[in-house]
Design a protein around this ligand. Structure first.
Ligand SMILES: [Zn+2]
Length: 411
């Protein structure tokens, strides 16, 4: 049984960065010191590209909005009368507050944090009276301005912020789980070499991925064999979002008439599964492998790992407090499909292939007749960018068949 490493321990390099984790010769995962020279990709850039290459490349050209320099009140009475505030901003804000409750290097003392995690009244009062100032003091000005605006409407503040936080507080207390790490960045490399895949041609490439774990917990599952709990990656979402084209396709195949009627997802979608499965791979670099490395002294650059490490993948819907666990029908096949998908997406994306998917909601009426295409070198053969993109979609469909979600019953 492997032990997980805290970020500080992992940063202290207990295992060499070049060590590759090898899973039944399926693929290799390598921890990298600095992913930047490798032009890393994130889950969201891959998923957006998978959905519509044209839109994804368009989006990348637009600049991100920067953090404002000064705090200003943006009170506009009409702002929230018409529609609900942006769920993504609400999600980010809630996530920020949850982090404050756990951050041992943050502005709140240990005593304050433990009070806020146990007393519903104190947590409510903190949100109503202190949060605005705290957000400003940690220079989260965009969030502070958003929160300031939201606070004018007492009903919205209650339903969108206070209620979810109280639910979070209660859930954590009832389950007795330990929060191990918050907002922890990861970077790793997937390698394809001659030895990587059994019966697979040598692609000779690699993909660097970067991202962030929202929360890592030691989840109490009432098991005598794991009294400290099972490591679990928690991904927070404010609502499950709209169905993507691939979700629509699979719900049309279901017999369940309810799942097809709504445009909103009623349980996590395949995109969410894609994200958590990438996190599964990223998390492998967080096990304490020192013993393995010592044993293979002088020989081992490869560490053979088991697929069945205890690690739960959980999606937590902040909107209603529901939790869902991602499970695999066949984990090796799921991860191989995922790897194939990631590699082909990355190649197609970096070649600049920008086809606009006709059924995508971007509503582009003028599709590019001729999508400029480069030949892409995949191992010993060159394929067209289009073929490369289609291979990614094909792999994604296999991945889709290999996963399912289980709703975790509330305690
Ligand atoms: Zn599009």
């Amino acid at each position: 049984m492997l032990r997980i490493l805290h970020a500080a321990e992992a940063a202290a390099q207990p295992i060499p960065y070049y060590v590759s984790l090898n899973y039944d010769d399926l693929f290799k995962i390598q921890r990298v010191h600095n992913a930047f020279p490798l032009k890393p990709v994130s889950f969201s850039s891959l998923a957006t590209y998978l959905e519509c290459p044209g839109c994804a490349l368009d989006q990348r050209r637009k600049k991100r909005s920067k953090e404002p320099k000064h705090f200003t009140h943006v009170h506009q009475d009409t702002l929230f009368l018409q529609k609900q505030p942006d769920p993504r901003l609400v999600g980010t804000l809630l996530h920020q507050i949850i982090n404050l409750l756990h951050d041992s290097h943050g502005v709140l003392s240990e005593e304050q944090r433990s009070t806020l995690l146990t007393s519903p009244d104190m947590l409510t009062s903190f949100v109503q009276h202190d949060l605005l100032q705290v957000l400003q003091s940690i220079e989260k000005l965009k969030m502070a301005m958003f929160f300031d605006e939201l606070s004018i409407n007492g009903r919205l503040l209650q339903t969108l912020i206070i209620s979810p936080l109280l639910r979070y507080q209660r859930e954590l207390a009832l389950n007795g789980s330990t929060v191990f790490a918050i907002s922890e960045r990861f970077q790793f490399k997937l390698a394809s070499t001659r030895k990587t895949f059994t019966g697979h041609t040598d692609w000779g490439g690699d993909v660097a991925l970067v991202g962030e774990f929202d929360q890592i917990r030691l989840r109490n599952v009432d098991d005598v064999l794991t009294p400290e709990g099972i490591p679990a990656i928690f991904e927070f979402k404010m609502g499950l979002g709209k169905k993507k084209s691939w979700d629509k396709l699979s719900s049309a195949l279901d017999d369940n008439p309810i799942s097809t009627s709504s445009d909103e997802l009623t349980q996590p979608g395949i995109g969410h599964a894609f994200q958590l499965a990438i996190y599964w791979m990223a998390f492998q670099t967080r096990w304490d492998l020192l013993e393995h490395v010592m044993l293979a002294r002088g020989r081992g650059e490869d560490v053979r790992m088991q697929f069945e490490q205890d690690l739960d993948l959980i999606l937590y819907n902040l909107r209603d407090g529901n939790q869902y666990q991602l499970l695999f029908v066949d984990r090796p096949r799921a991860l191989q499909a995922l790897t194939n998908c990631i590699f082909h997406l990355n190649w197609a994306m970096k070649s600049g292939y920008a086809w606009q998917v006709p059924e995508h909601e971007c509503g582009k009426t003028h599709l590019l007749e001729d999508v400029p295409q480069q030949a892409i070198q995949v191992g010993y053969r060159a394929i067209s960018a289009q073929e490369c993109y289609l291979l990614a979609r094909e792999a994604f469909h296999i991945f889709k068949e290999m996963i399912y979600w289980r709703k975790i019953p509330a305690r």
